[in-house]
Design a protein around this ligand. Structure first.
Ligand SMILES: Nc1ncnc2c1ncn2[C@@H]1O[C@H](COP(=O)(O)OP(=O)(O)O)[C@@H](O)[C@H]1O
Ligand SMILES: [Mg+2]
Length: 306
């Protein structure tokens, strides 16, 4: 699996960083118990500058906060980084009810005694994991404040009533935060100061063509251009505040293209993957109009796949 670095070389990522990365990954073997958490991402991340910044920061021991609009590849980047660094992944979805007990640990009664049930951050810290703190801005401040010592130079966890543990040297945290066209819940300053921040760029014709070609190598070029164009049209309307980001859904578009490959007509597939994600009739009409200009109603599977 040495060619897991190949996509970096193909994008001309600084060879110095790639060499450093290989050396780093070889230094920290993964505990057998958590090997299953090391897994290849669904798609290689495309974007040289972003990759270089992220790799350098993580090599340096920093944590990363990925900010940006929906579908800019924040989670895909985080998964790519964990894979490149050869680390087990610990995914935490943050929400208003995220508690410190869930993150750090809680008492549990086992074998007639009270024991610590290790929380996900605790386990991530122990095994040298990459903790993906998804939508970290959605949590309440008091829940995430327990992570301050974990995320800064102290690199430790103080479990109330138990031990004080140091993070495994390979442990890193990558936060994600949707930030963009629609309103965003801000992340507090004390937390932001514990990360290096990468602002993820919006999709371009170039990135979309790359993504679609990777996902659907057998798609006709003309269809690929139209689907990429459709996404860019919707992205522009969302940027301008004409519509929400509900239909700006790359995963939904990929799912629609996948169902076309199964044999469904492209218009019906796009309705399920994109248009029907709007629950506002005016917005839906705008999206329908955009779709019409890109995906002709009489297109068949053969127009999309050779
Ligand atoms: N730069 C990129 N490289 C590869 N795939 C990308 C990129 N940007 C977006 N994607 C694709 O877009 C979809 C959404 O990505 P995701 O990481 O879930 O976005 P976010 O977390 O920013 O909302 C995924 O299916 C992914 O394949
Ligand atoms: Mg995401």
């Amino acid at each position: 699996m040495e060619d897991k670095y190949l996509f970096l070389e193909q994008q001309n990522v600084d060879p110095y960083l790639v060499e450093a990365l290989k050396g780093w990954a070889a230094k920290y073997p993964v505990d057998e118990e958590v090997e299953k958490r090391v897994s290849a991402p669904p798609i290689p991340f495309y974007g040289r500058e972003i990759l270089e910044g992220a790799i350098a920061a993580l090599l340096q021991g920093e944590n990363l906060l990925l900010t940006g609009a929906k579908a800019t590849g924040k989670n895909v980047l985080a998964e790519n980084l964990a894979w490149l660094f050869g680390r087990p992944v610990y995914n935490v979805s943050f929400h208003v009810n995220t508690s410190s007990a869930e993150l750090i640990g809680t008492d549990t009664f086992l074998n007639n005694e009270v024991q610590l049930r290790r929380g996900i951050i605790y386990r991530c810290a122990q095994y040298g994991g990459f903790g993906i703190l998804d939508e970290i801005n959605m949590a309440r401040n008091d829940a995430v404040s327990v992570l301050h010592a974990t995320l800064d130079y102290r690199r430790s966890i103080d479990v109330p009533g138990y031990d004080y543990i140091d993070l495994h040297p390979a442990t890193r945290f990558i936060g994600t935060m949707n930030y963009g066209y629609a309103g965003t819940k801000e992340l507090n300053e004390a937390l932001v100061s514990r990360f290096l921040v990468i602002d993820m760029p919006a999709q371009t014709e170039d990135t979309l063509n790359y993504i679609l070609e990777k996902m659907f190598p057998d798609m006709r070029e003309k269809a690929r251009e139209q689907f990429a164009g459709l996404f860019l049209d919707i992205q522009l309307k969302a940027e301008n505040g004409e519509i929400s980001t509900k239909s700006l859904d790359l995963r939904g578009m990929a799912a629609a293209i996948g169902t076309v490959r199964q044999g469904l007509g492209p218009a019906a597939a796009v309705r399920m993957g994109i248009t029907n994600k709007c629950f506002d009739i005016f917005e839906k009409e705008i999206v329908e109009d955009v779709v019409k200009t890109r995906i002709p109603a009489d297109w068949k599977r053969e127009d999309v796949f050779a």
